[in-house]
Structure formats: C-alpha cells, structure tokens
Design a protein around this ligand. Structure first.
Ligand code: CU
Length: 453
C-alpha cells in the first residue's frame, strides 16, 4: 500500500516557488491522496486544470485503488509513506489491524485502531479475513491527512467481490465515510510508546554508555524574504540554492586528500557538535550519540511549529522517546517509566509540534519549545550520512544536515576510481568521442536461478 500525495503542479515549478527569494510560494495542500498511484482526484470534468500538459491532467476516469482479497487468509499489508508533505491516518472498515513491523524492525503484535504514517516511514499490519465472504463484500479504507491546518481525505476499497463488479462505486467517496469509518483526531505520539521490538536481545545502549549529546533545534525563519527551516541557527543546505554544497562531501574527501573536508573535531566539540568550518556534525566510530531534535517556535507567523518526520541515513538509531517542552533526561525517564513499550531501532520518527502546533491554529510565543524526540545512535558505519526532515518542501527549505561518521576510517578506493568515477565527466561517463569506460573491480558471484527450466 504505497501512499502518496498529488499536486496539480510540475515539480520544477514547486521547487522554484520554494526557492524564490522575491516571491516565495508554498506548495499548498495536496489535491489528492493516492494509494498505489490511484485516487479520485479533487476535480471533475468542469474543473480540469487546462494549463497542465496532457498526461498530467486530471481525468474523469479516476477511481479508488482496490485490494481484492479472499476469506480465511492472513494478509500482511506493507504500508509505505511515499508522500511529499502529507502525514496520514488510515483505518479499514469492519476489520481489525495489528501492527507488527516498523521501518524493518519486527514488533510485538500491537492491535491498533488506526495507522498513522509519515513520509519515509514503513509499517506492516496484519489483517485476518473472515472464514466466509461477508454478506457485505466491499469495505472502505478511510484516509486523511493529519497535523496540517487543512485536512485532505482519500480512500481505497477492500473487496471480497471476485468479479470486482458493481458492489461498490469506486468513482465516488461515500458521503458518510467519516461517520462509518471514523478516524480519531491527532494524538501526540500515536502508539509510539507502546511499540516493543520482537527480538528481546536488542536493547539500546544505556545512558552511561552515551559519549556525547547533540541538540538539533528546528525552527522556521525568514531569510532573504523566503521561509526557511534552519537547524540550530545554521543551514548546510537550502539557505539559497546557490549556497548549497556543489560537490558531494564524500567526493570532496576523496578528490583532494591534501585539502579535503577533514572534520574539525575539537572545534565541533566546543560548538555543540557542529563543525564551524564545514557546517556538518562529525563523529568518530565507536561513539554513542544522543541526538535531541527539538522543535522551537520560530519568529514567523506568531511562533510557527509543525510535526516533522526526521530520517537518519546510515545505521538505524534507537527511538528513545518523545515529549513536549525542553528536553531533559528527567523528562525522558518519566516518559519511559510510563511507556508500555520499549525503544525500537528504526530510521524515521516524528518530532511532534507539541503545544501550539500550527494545525490547532494556536499562536505561541516565538522562542518557546514545542515537541522533542531523542535518537540514540551507535556510530558504526563510516560515511557522509544525511539527517533530515522527510517532508520534501522542508528539505528544500533547509531542514537537512549531515553527520560525517568515521572520516578517517573511510576505505581506500580502487586504483583510478577517482579519475574515472568521481571526476565530473570522468571516463566512466563517456562523451560524444568515446564510450563510457567500464572496469570490473571484482567478480560478481554466480547465482543459480531455479532448475534451468
Ligand atoms: Cu519538516
């Protein structure tokens, strides 16, 4: 169940609007919520967007995605948050859902009323079908966006009708769907505190093993007449598109060993973990980091706070807990003490808005704290790992930084790899006068497929 959100605009126009310093333009709320690419868009034949190129135009033949299922089965529904902006809540009519996997980590089975999923997150839920086909053979998924000032609705169909015939009209959304399949209001944390890893041998490092704490403060600011999201008053990406790093850090590192972007560890330690020269967060292999991501009401729009799904590349972190106000270990201990579950390893978690979140329409004082979340990382894999909010407009607006882990442990590259692959337009690319160069650095294993039929 691939969830995405549709906008009636072309990608480059959306990006240039978010990047524009003279007339900044927000992407806006989605026009449709899609399941596996299917939706009934918020338009009809009289309101088609005629200024879009053909092929992108809304069609009157749209319909909801349909899952055809059988009785007496156990279905694993893999739900993928492949959205641009939207965080969604969904529920299936007449069936129970049991959550058992989050971002690739198996969980103790957890019955849930509704599933809440943000961009970048993945979940698995178990749905058991009745032994015989129910008299009413088609059921609705109700889907809505959450944590936004405007709610957008979607749907999908779950049907036992093997002919997929006329038992349900897939070209409308039932007018009483919000009543028949009522979705609860936004709840801080959802069932995050109830999740436990299925594998009981997996425990997070203890607090006394933590070598360092880093705090990333996310807040909305205005720079050069554009709305931006900065991180602890610094922007590695997104201040302006021309100030973005032009060469990937790993390429810089390998290309110019004498002038490489070597982390300034001592200066970073004295600067809250942020390397003041390179503007990334360096770490050494073997370190165990507590990264607090803390929402603050920025100076825009009377203290604007939103929910952000933070995604860490590299190894998974331990999701230690989430709260409101300013983070403290005492607050964390209190939250963990009352939690039914225990920390799980995963890779995308929501840092909630907390009190005064924008969706409530509340005004809060600029500079006040909102929600926080603690991510505990064991630094095991060298690399330049991006750490970012998974809402794509927020990334463009600057909500992304980098953890440069174990720079001195990066492996040496094969001979001539730098000239061929890391040099812009190197031999591996080719041009009008020569074919792309290819070289085998190692033998691929031979894999037998089936019995050669
Ligand atoms: Cu965000």
């Amino acid at each position: 169940m691939l969830l995405s959100d549709g906008y009636h605009a072309l990608e480059h126009k959306i990006i240039s609007g978010l990047d524009n310093t003279s007339s900044w333009t927000w992407i806006g709320e989605p026009r449709s919520l899609l399941v596996n690419g299917h939706a009934l868009s918020m338009c009809n034949s009289s309101t088609l967007d005629t200024n879009l190129p053909s092929g992108t135009r809304c069609s009157t033949s749209c319909g909801w995605e349909t899952f055809r299922v059988r009785p007496g089965r156990k279905y694993r529904l893999r739900v993928i948050g492949a959205t641009t902006l939207s965080q969604m809540s969904l529920k299936l009519e007449g069936h129970n859902m049991t959550l058992f996997e989050a971002d690739g980590t198996y969980l103790d089975p957890l019955p849930i009323e509704n599933l809440e999923i943000a961009a970048g997150q993945r979940y698995s839920v178990l749905i058991v079908t009745p032994d015989v086909i129910p008299e009413k053979s088609s059921f609705w998924f109700n889907i809505k966006t959450i944590w936004r000032p405007v709610t957008t609705y979607g749907a999908a169909v779950w049907t036992y009708d093997t002919n997929d015939s006329t038992s349900v009209d897939k070209t409308t959304r039932p007018v009483d769907l919000n009543v028949k399949v009522a979705l609860p209001n936004e709840t801080f944390g959802w069932v995050g505190c109830d999740m436990s890893p299925f594998d009981k041998t997996k425990n997070p490092p203890s607090q006394d093993q933590v070598t360092r704490k880093i705090t990333l403060i996310g807040e909305q600011v205005v720079k050069q007449k554009s709305y931006r999201w900065d991180i602890s008053n610094t922007m590695l990406f997104g201040e302006t598109s021309s100030s973005n790093p032009q060469v990937p850090f790993l390429v810089q590192y390998y290309m110019a060993p004498e002038d490489r972007c070597t982390p300034y560890y001592a200066a970073a330690l004295a600067n809250g973990g942020l390397d003041p020269v390179n503007h990334f967060y360096p770490a050494k292999l073997g370190e165990i980091l507590d990264v607090v991501v803390q929402n603050y009401a920025g100076p825009t729009d009377q203290g604007f706070i939103e929910a952000h799904p933070w995604h860490f590349h590299g190894a998974k972190y331990w999701d230690m807990g989430a709260g409101t106000g300013n983070f403290s270990y005492e607050a964390l201990e209190e939250i963990q003490g009352s939690a039914a579950g225990s920390p799980i390893p995963r890779d995308t978690s929501i840092v909630y808005g907390g009190p005064g979140a924008s969706y409530t329409g509340a005004n809060i004082t600029s500079g006040s704290p909102g929600g926080w979340r603690l991510f505990r990382l064991s630094i095991t894999d060298p690399g330049a790992w991006v750490v970012h909010c998974h809402l794509l407009p927020h990334m463009i607006m600057g909500m992304q930084t980098m953890l440069f882990a174990g720079a001195e442990n990066l492996p040496a590259l094969p001979p001539s790899f730098v000239e061929e692959f890391l040099t812009f337009n190197g031999a591996a690319v080719g041009n009008s006068t020569y074919e792309p160069m290819h070289r085998s650095y190692f033998e691929l294993p031979v894999v037998a497929h089936g019995q050669g039929k």
